[in-house]
Design a protein around this ligand. Structure first.
Ligand code: NAP
Length: 392
């Protein structure tokens, strides 16, 4: 049977929209996908020349064609100088939103109201009320809506879940997850989206979604989890004095009856390269390597006390099930950057008439967005009292 072709409208032409669009053009066969494929029907920017330049850059992207790109996917792409024209284009099935965070809600709302399915970059929105409004519109119009948390769809995400949920490592005791990236804040312009409060600046919303992914996959989706509303127990933020956004956010979440997770994101230091998420379990630890948005390697390691030479006395004999040898596991993304996996999910859901993804459900976006709201309100950044655009 011929693959189902999903026709995308891309709005915005910045960094992540470029990465996403290039991944749409990677031949699905390189990741052994034969049932769906992608075409870019339209690109919307704040000016026509910018949209045209974006399409030209994609056509000339040698890296993409090296993966077997069919340029047919770009043959009939229309360049628009407004986002609204993309929403109105009958050749577009789904809109990808890659604008800065505060525009996600108004852009997604306008796309949904125009009758388009939506894939929206992380963080989904600025507050829970915005998310609830989008979900209500999507449900009312029977349209697909998803937050673009691409990491959830990577081979390693499934592999780590299988390891932990199989019970091989025993009960999960704690998940510690960090995405930190030294962001040279002092060298950035005031209107840089990383630090400009008007563009949703700060570490919480920019980096926070990624460590949260691992806590959600491992704990929230754990077969033994019964807590669908895990709460933030404590949080802290450190503020970047120049403009008052958070340069660091950290918080702890508890899944009642299961385990806790400590989550950290920081613009002023780097995550340890070989240890970005630690899933501490009864029989050993599973360690996911940096970067948490696109890791390709994890290790299963013994607890420190079971390693010979780690203490003055000989280690005690291993308990039943205890891990005694380190193992290293590679989960490569064979071609492209890896955003195509989430695009495949969107294509399959839309093909099958679904309005949300079982892998990235709206209820789980709601959980994480709720943590962001709580951490923001408990902190002292200039966005502390922010009220989003719901209802406007
Ligand atoms: N999934 C991921 O791994 C990932 C990675 C990076 C970023 N993101 C998310 O994607 C979003 C965009 O990030 P980015 O790094 O791509 O940003 P960026 O490079 O600054 O691009 C943002 C684009 O949004 C459009 N835009 C519309 N109104 C704007 C305004 N007032 N100011 C600036 N740009 C405006 C512009 O495109 P036009 O001029 O064409 O309209 C601009 O190129 C953020 O929400 C971010 O969290 C996700």
């Amino acid at each position: 049977m011929a693959p189902f072709t999903l026709r995308w409208g891309i709005i915005s032409t910045g960094g992540i929209a470029t990465t996403f669009a290039k991944d749409l053009l990677v031949d699905p066969a390189t990741r052994e996908v034969t049932d769906v494929q992608h075409a870019i029907a339209a690109v919307g920017s704040r000016s026509v020349p910018s949209a045209e330049a974006f399409i030209t850059r994609l056509r000339n992207a040698g890296g993409a064609s090296a993966h077997g790109v069919s340029h047919a996917a770009l043959d009939s792409t229309t360049a628009y100088g407004t986002y609204e024209e993309v929403f109105a284009d009958p050749a577009v099935d789904v809109v990808y939103i890659g604008t800065p965070h505060p525009f996600h809600h108004p852009n997604a709302k306008a796309a949904l109201l125009a009758g388009k399915h939506v894939l929206c970059e992380k963080p989904f929105v600025m507050d829970l009320a915005e998310l609830d409004e989008l979900v209500a519109i999507a449900k009312e119009k029977n349209l697909f809506l998803m937050e673009a948390v691409w990491t959830r769809f990577h081979p390693i995400a499934y592999a780590v879940q299988r390891e932990i949920h199989s019970g091989k490592l025993g009960r999960v005791r704690r998940v510690t997850a960090e995405l930190s990236s030294y962001a040279h804040l002092d060298e950035r312009a005031d209107n840089d989206r990383m630090i400009d409060p008007k563009l949703g600046g700060g570490a919480l919303l920019d980096l926070g979604p990624y460590p949260s992914v691992w806590s959600m996959l491992v704990l929230h989706q754990h077969p033994d989890n019964t807590d669908q509303a895990p709460q933030v127990l404590d949080s802290s933020q450190r503020i970047y004095a120049r403009n008052g956004v958070d340069e660091l956010s950290a918080w702890t979440v508890r899944w009642d009856g299961l385990a806790e997770s400590r989550i950290l994101c920081d613009f002023t230091a780097w995550t340890p390269r070989d240890c970005a998420a630690v899933i501490d379990c009864e029989h050993g630890q599973l360690i996911v390597e940096h970067p948490l948005y696109r890791p390709e390697r994890y290790r299963i390691v013994p607890h420190p006390s079971t390693v010979a030479g780690s203490s003055e006395s000989a280690p005690p004999p291993p308990r039943p099930g205890q891990i005694t040898e380190e193992s290293v596991h590679h989960c490569p993304i064979p071609a492209g950057n890896g955003m195509h996996y989430e695009a495949d999910e969107v294509a399959r859901c839309i093909r099958d008439g679904k309005t949300e993804s079982a892998r990235m459900p709206l209820a789980e976006s709601r959980v994480v967005q709720g943590w962001f709201d709580t951490v923001r309100k408990q902190g002292s950044s200039v966005l502390k009292d922010l009220v989003g655009n719901a209802g406007k």
